[in-house]
Design a protein around this ligand. Structure first.
Ligand code: BES
Ligand code: MN
Ligand code: ZN
Length: 498
């Protein structure tokens, strides 16, 4: 899919397909009126007939000769929210994708959602189109025909708007492709997407985008002293991998931002085995890793002037004769000993060693880990916000702001010392579970013991990385939040200059 900005008079817009918006009561903005005037009044006629009311998410397809005109209802503009606008736009783009059109010009009218500018709308259009065009059917023997739509232009009214739309499209395209990669990896089944497979894809990503990749095998992982990580991989016949990817967009001596992603390619729970209902969804337990890869791809595509290192501990969590047993005590890379009271709390066991590696070997300005860490986070925040924890309030607020801007939101959760006592163990330095109360908080507290003296944040994406039910699938979150955060930190993208 190719994206571009189109200027000029809306009356004169040509192409196989035009998309405009209408408000409740069939109210048209200046741009839609201009398109209508340029196409023989077909939109006004549809309003007069009563076919087009502009109610929220209504989609009406019209035609003027060879040109399709898709009108998307956005409801009452005073009531428009990000969610309502995105839903309407998705419905419109779905209609265009179902048609035979190869090109589309999106012609937006004003900015109905409060405090959102042309950059945001354009970025969202690109992201929606890339998501809508992605079909998770690459494992089906008969695949659907791919959509014909190959080109999307977004119309901009004037020079300043053109610059904003251009920037939005560039960012939206990078984020959209990054999220597509994250969704693709997340949706792959556990028998395909193994730790070695993730390592291969990381290496391919490095080759395509000029990153440096380092892959550690089991022996090398043992040599680094990652006894906690290896306690999770022990039960599996699939060997673990520790993946380090480096993107250098700034000076060699600039300390990087570290992104650490949980890469459990399948989580059975281990000896503390999970119930079998919906266990298939535990193939998504590598969505943190997938988000790291997707974000690195977006950052590389935008050529951001910043250094970023991606760190991924990848393993399966399986039962087996060699598997870790409840009560086993292991020594982490940090030297702290851990009593494993529940082998299903494995995410924190692989992340603690990855975070120690990050602190000691990568020495980043800050580290963010991303993990489908706890069911308790889903209970706390549902499927709307990712859980955000940090030992640095300023970093937490930067991430919250980036999430709001990208409309990939997180919510600040407490990391208070009061919770730490739940993790005390009779036999080791720390236990790997803290009981049911505040389960997402105590998981974060566990990680905090390995991130002292490092600026660190933790995103629990258990509720946001995929959707269950009929539309089951990975969402690609939080690639949007992370990329927006890195765009802001690097002082803006310079891809236009490149
Ligand atoms: N991968 C799961 C977390 C999870 C559960 C994500 C459900 C999405 C939906 C994680 O490894 C896990 O099993 N966590 C346990 C921790 C508990 C044993 C303390 C959980 O949440 O039940
Ligand atoms: Mn688990
Ligand atoms: Zn897990």
């Amino acid at each position: 899919m190719e994206f571009s900005t189109r200027g000029g008079r809306a009356e004169a817009l040509k192409g196989q397909c035009l998309l405009v918006t209408a408000e409740s009561g069939g109210k048209l903005g200046a741009a839609a009126r201009a398109v209508d005037a340029g196409h023989g009044g077909v939109i006004a006629a549809a309003i007069k007939r009563g076919d087009l009311t502009g109610k929220q998410a209504q989609v009406v397809s019209l035609a003027d000769g060879a040109t399709r005109i898709v009108v998307v209802g956005i409801g009452k503009s005073a009531e428009a929210t990000e969610a309502s606008w995105l839903k309407a736009m998705r419905a419109g783009i779905d209609t265009v994708l179902a048609s035979a059109a190869r090109d589309l010009t999106v012609c937006l009218d004003g900015h109905p959602v409060r405090r959102r500018d042309a950059t945001w709308y354009a970025s969202q259009v690109a992201q929606i189109a890339l998501q809508a065009a992605q079909r998770p059917d690459h494992m089906k023997s008969k695949r659907e025909d791919p959509p014909r739509l190959a080109k999307i232009a977004v119309w901009a009214d004037g020079e300043e708007a053109e610059a904003q739309v251009g920037r939005g499209l560039r960012q939206g395209e990078a984020i959209g492709h990054g999220a597509s990669l994250a969704r693709e990896l997340g949706n792959l089944p556990g028998n395909v997407c193994t730790p070695s497979y993730l390592a291969d894809r990381a290496q391919a990503l490095a080759k395509d985008h000029g990153l440096k990749a380092q892959i550690f095998d089991e022996k090398a992982i043992a040599k680094m002293g990652m006894g906690s990580f290896l306690s999770v991989s022990r039960g599996s016949a699939e060997p673990p991998r520790f993946i380090v990817l480096r993107y250098q967009g700034a000076g060699k001596d600039d300390a990087p931002v570290a992104l650490v992603g949980k890469g459990v390619t399948f989580d059975t729970g281990g000896i503390s085995i999970k119930p079998s209902g919906e266990m298939d969804e535990m193939k998504y337990d590598m969505c943190g890793a997938a988000a790291v890869l997707g974000t690195l791809q977006a950052v590389a595509q935008l050529k951001l002037p910043i250094n970023v290192v991606g760190i991924i501990p990848a393993t399966e969590n399986m039962p087996g004769s060699k598997a870790t047993k409840p009560g086993d005590i292991v020594t982490s890379m940090s030297g702290q000993t851990i009593e494993i009271l529940n082998t299903d709390a494995e995410g924190r066991l692989i992340l603690c060693d990855a975070l120690t590696y990050t602190k000691e070997k990568v020495k980043p300005v800050l580290a963010i880990d991303i993990a489908t860490l706890t069911g308790a986070c889903v209970i706390a925040l549902g499927h709307v916000a990712s859980g955000l924890y940090s030992n640095d309030d300023k970093l937490a607020h930067e991430l919250l702001d980036a999430g709001h801007a990208a409309w990939d939101r997180a919510w600040h959760m407490p990391l208070w010392d009061d919770y730490q006592q739940q993790l005390s163990s009779n036999f080791a330095d720390v236990a790997n579970i803290g009981g049911r109360p505040g389960g997402s908080v105590t998981a974060a507290c566990f990680l905090s013991r390995f991130t002292r003296d490092m600026k660190w944040a933790h995103l629990d994406i258990a509720g946001t990385a995929w959707v269950s039910g009929k539309a089951k699938g990975a969402t690609g979150r939080p690639v949007g939040l992370l990329t927006e955060f890195l765009i802001r930190r690097s002082g803006g993208d310079r891809s236009a200059a490149a």
